[in-house]
Structures are given as C-alpha cells and as structure tokens.
Design a binder for this molecule. Structure first.
Ligand code: IMP
Length: 427
C-alpha cells in the first residue's frame, strides 16, 4: 500500500471514517492530523457502531499505531470519555499515542466558543461549540498550552504567568465570563497530565523515523472537509484548521514526499451543518427525502444536516486545492429509489445572468447564485449488495463516469452502504 491521505472533499460528514477504516487494514501507522473533537466519525465493525471524535478509527484493528498528531487540538475531558468508551468495548489501546505538541483545549476555549455562538447575531458560524476556533486562535497567538507543558512545572508556570493575565482580562472585559486563578489552572493541568500520561509519545521523532526508514505504510486521517478549510473553504463559515491534503504534513511531522495518494471522500449528494452558503441546498421534500434515507443527522451535535444535489463546481475546486489524486464516492445507494438525480455543473448569477464554471471564492455573492443542473436517470434497484463495478446498473455507471469527467479526477472507491464490505474498488 502507498502512503495515503484521506480527506473530506465537501463540508465534512462525507463518510471518511468508513474509508479510513477500510484503508487502515493495510496501514501500520494512522495519524489524525488536524481538528479536534468537533469531528464525528462513525464506523460499523464487529456488528457494532463506533463513534469516534478524536481517536483514529484504526484503533479497532490490533497491532496498529494510531497517533493523534501535533496539528490537532485536544479537549482532555472528551479524550478521556472516548478512551473510557473504547475500554468498555475491550478495544486494545496499546497502539494509541498522542503528540506532546498537540494543543490543549482549556475550559475558557469552550466557554468563549459557546458565548460567541449564543450571542452572535449576524456573524453566527454554527460551530460545534467544542472550543476549536478559540484554541487555534490562541495557538497562533502563541498563548496556548501544549500537552508537553503538562509535564514541566517550570514551563507551565512560566506560560501561565503570561497567558492568565491576558486571558482573564479578555474573559472578564470582552465576554463577561468567569476568570481563572493560577492555582485552579495548575490543579486542572495536574488532572490533564494524568489523563494523557499513558498515551503521550515523547519519542515521536524516533517513532516517525523508524516507520519511515522501515518503509511502513502510513495513513493520514483528515477531519471535516475542504470546504471547511480555514484558507480555502467558505470563509468565515469554516473550521479553524486545514482539512486540505497539505494539512497532513503540517499536522503530522512528515513532509510532502511521504505522501503518495490523497483520496477525497465525497457523498453522491452534498450536506452541510452549521451556517454558510450552499448553492445546491434543497429546502423542499427532495432535501427531506435525502436527509431521511441518508440518515443525515450530526454525530457530534445531533443537528439535522442541510442536504442538496451534488455540486460539481465546488467539488472540482475541492479536487484542485485539496490536492486529490482520486475520489471515494459514498452513499450512492441513497439514490436507489430516485427516478431522477441532478448534478450542478455551473452557477448563474441571478442579478446579471453571469455564468460561473469555476468556483467563486467570494462567498458573499453565493446568495445570488443559482445552480445549473443536468439531470440523470435513476437506476431503480437496490445496489447495496453489489461488490463489482461492472455489476452496477448502467445508469449508475453512467452517473459515476460523468462525475469523473466533470471533476477531471478518477473515482477509485464507490461505497454502497455503511458496512466495510459494502464497497466497490474501481480501478
Ligand atoms: P468548529 O469546527 O466547531 O469551529 O465549527 C465550524 C464549522 O465547521 C461549523 O459549520 C461546523 O458545523 C463545521 N464542522 C466542524 N466539524 C465538522 C465535522 O466534523 N463535520 C461537519 N461539519 C463540521
């Protein structure tokens, strides 16, 4: 197996966990490299459904090393909960490692996230309220705590002497929120140190060198999706990290030459949670049908997802900036009973008739855009039992081949159901 990156190619929730889980079988090292517990990855294995937020789903296989990389932000209480859940299921956690360079989400980060969302009038992002944005903000402002700080009293105290006066002023004066004493934070950090202790990997450099030198197979597990990327997504309606393929390097400790393939996971339709533009959104009964048949409700927040037709304009952009070498198309079986399936091939500006064949990055004009669709005939049969590409109904193959043409990117995997086995590898 080549070294692969799996990323979301839309607005998250594309079914990455299933694809990662499948590819993890052949990997030696699985690295989750960005985001935090805002992600919700569902894997169906051993007849059970597992929901992951931060821990790489590769942990379900024995003998794999699973690293939570330096590019992630970690909410200690949530991490602990996830660990406890897996222990209850008797999952072997001996391969789980956490980078000492990962950033800690402190209570003030979740409090500020919640405050900002609850009090936003116009600028609401619809975040998961897991403190992601405020943690990354402090990381970039150089006033965040890294996991390694928990194990050096000197570093921790020195940092807190800088961080707390600033943070408390901000918490009190900007947000009217509770402030924190140094003693209180030191006590919290002591608790956090115990939570991470069995997993923190201080010898991560030696470990990465070893895997590289021995030619071991590496799988980089992305979270969210290209259209939520802080640089390329529908800014400001984005997350605060880099879900594009390039994020795998900055968030893992490996350079670009270590990557052979970048697989972008996309649904045969589009969903989005939270605020932000969505040109092909369906607010009618077709959108409701997609939501019901596709079970489109958030893993992390339970929110109903906004649903719409496949958007080839946005997706072509995602293929480019995400660096995709191929696409894994999921949930195509949701269309089994559809007579017609639409695909957006261009946008039209309602104000002046201007046609957009390429994705306009100025998202403030998206409200004026209407999708131009082409219509495909459905296939009218249940395809969830099919395992070979040639056995798919002709209309399904025509649909897939048209998507490849529109995206100028091959489809390497087609998923026809949630189980590992319900997968077609297309050469
Ligand atoms: P945050 O990442 O919690 O700051 O949320 C920012 C935006 O990203 C919001 O629109 C969230 O709904 C969205 N988001 C964050 N994580 C996920 C995910 O795993 N799937 C889908 N959307 C997500």
């Amino acid at each position: 197996m080549a070294n692969k990156v799996v990323i979301g190619a839309q607005w998250g929730d594309e079914g990455k966990a299933k694809i990662t889980d499948l590819l993890a079988q052949d990997a030696d090292l699985i690295i989750r490299y960005q985001g935090g517990c805002n992600a919700g990855h569902t894997v169906v294995a051993h007849g059970k459904t597992f929901k992951f937020h931060l821990i790489p789903s590769g942990i379900l296989y024995k003998g794999k090393t699973c690293l939570i990389g330096n590019g992630t932000v970690v909410l200690p209480e949530y991490f602990e909960q996830e660990i406890e859940g897996l222990k209850k299921e008797n999952i072997d956690l001996s391969g789980l490692k956490v980078s000492p360079l990962a950033t800690i989400t402190m209570p003030w980060h979740t409090e500020v996230d919640g405050y900002s969302e609850d009090n936003a009038k116009k600028g609401k992002i619809g975040t998961t309220k897991k403190g992601i944005g405020p943690t990354y903000t402090d990381k970039m402002a150089r006033i965040a705590l890294k996991i390694e700080d928990l194990y050096s009293k000197e570093a921790l105290e020195e940092k807190l002497d800088v961080i707390l006066p600033l943070k408390n002023k901000q918490l009190k004066e900007v947000y009217g929120l509770k402030t924190y004493s140094k003693e209180e934070v030191l006590a919290l950090c002591e608790k956090y140190a115990k939570i991470f202790e069995p997993y923190v990997c201080f010898e991560w450099q030696e470990m990465l060198h070893k895997f590289k030198k021995e030619g071991k197979k590496i799988l980089f597990e992305g979270a969210q999706g290209v259209m939520l990327d802080v640089d390329y997504g529908t800014y400001p309606f984005v997350t605060s990290s880099n879900p594009v393929g390039g994020g795998a390097c900055t968030g893992s400790g490996y350079g670009p030459k270590m990557i052979d393939e970048i697989i972008g996971v996309a649904k045969a339709y589009v969903t989005r949670v939270g605020e932000g533009p969505f040109v092909t959104e369906l607010t009618d009964n077709i959108g409701d049908t997609i939501r019901e048949v596709g079970h489109e409700f958030g893993v992390t927040t339970g929110r109903p997802r906004r649903c719409g037709w496949f958007d080839a304009v946005t997706m072509r952009y995602a293929c480019l900036v995400g660096g995709l070498t191929s696409v894994a198309l999921t949930k195509i079986d949701v269309f089994d009973s559809f007579d017609e399936i639409k695909v957006c091939t261009a946008y039209k500006d309602k104000r002046n008739g201007k046609i957009y064949n390429s994705y306009p990055t100025d998202v403030y004009i998206h409200k004026y855009l209407e999708p131009i669709y082409e219509t495909h005939k459905g296939w009218g049969v249940n395809i969830s039992g099919i395992r070979k590409y040639e056995e798919l109904p002709l209309n399904a193959r025509k649909y897939l081949e048209r998507l490849e043409e529109l995206l100028d990117t091959p489809i390497s995997i087609v998923s026809v159901g949630p189980d590992r086995e319900q997968t077609i590898f297309k050469s």
